[in-house]
Design a binder for this molecule. Sequence first.
Ligand code: AMP
Ligand code: GLY
Length: 333
Amino acid sequence: MKVLLVGKGGRENAMAWKLAQSPRLTGLYCAPGSRGMAQYGECRDIDVMDIEGQIDFAKEKAVDLIVIGPESPLEAGIADRFDEEGFKVFGPSASAAKIETDKDFALDLMHRYGIPTGTFATFSDPDEAKAYVNEQGAPIVLKAAGLAAGKGVIVAKTLDEALAAVDEILVDAAFGEAGAKLVVMEYLDGEEASIFGFTDGKDIVYAVSSQDHKRIGEGETGPNTGGMGAYAPAPVITKELQKEIYDRIMKPTVDALASEGTPFKGILYGGIIITAKGPQVIEFNCRLGDPEAQVVLPLMKTDILDIFEAGVNGTIGQIQMELDARAACCVVM
Ligand code: AMP
Ligand code: GLY
């Protein structure tokens, strides 16, 4: 089977490494890929947002399956376009990807379907946002509703910080269009973990839990980054919590997206916080985590090509996920 993998980061490097282990793989193409990914497949310098260029490459190489790594082309509808062209693509449609690309949509969906998360309100008017923030008090979390490369979230410890963040997002447009809508969310206190489910829109199989570390300074000081490292499994996720997260959060979210008419086919990433009230969602993503992919994929024994193919064919329910009982960690340098 010939596969096109879209992306170029550490996550996609880990995906290429894993795909290359499949005995069923007959060709791997990466666009744009990287020098690391060139160890596993043929790379072609086509930007992830050049959707028509990606389609031409897939046609030229007559690939059987396309896997999308990052979120921005998913938001732009790359999966929909490949689908229209008759390709098999593992990655959500733009409408289903809204679970990540529109935090207002995601929180509203969770509230409507009773999926545990914090209270929230969404604003485009700074005065209304400030009135709400004053009423709620601090700590409180302010988020640009759209995609902001992992940087659009401000966890405000004080009311002054929160009010300044309203101006930063809605008045100064620090995150551009992504911040046209501001989501103000309850601060959830607890340890975080990342949960990855591979789904065909109905059934799900899971990778091991993991944790990433975002702050740049030694000892969790300094600002948030896209991720400085990760490890798996996450000790905080006991067997019982894992079951609760699958049954009360992950599966209901996949079902909710299906009942809304936008079934989610791809990798659903639950950003979960273990609060005193139990597991709650801080956000969903529509892809694997980076750097988490680098620790969860090495702990997967099942052929990832079988999973991707089942995801596309609607047969995830037949997949037996086999996991390695050991641990993995990675450091980003
Ligand atoms: P996100 O980009 O949504 O993953 O948020 C970045 C980081 O902000 C998360 O990893 C959390 O540490 C923190 N965060 C986001 N939402 C909340 C929340 N509601 N309560 C507490 N921390 C949050
Ligand atoms: N590691 C955080 C993310 O992939 O969004």
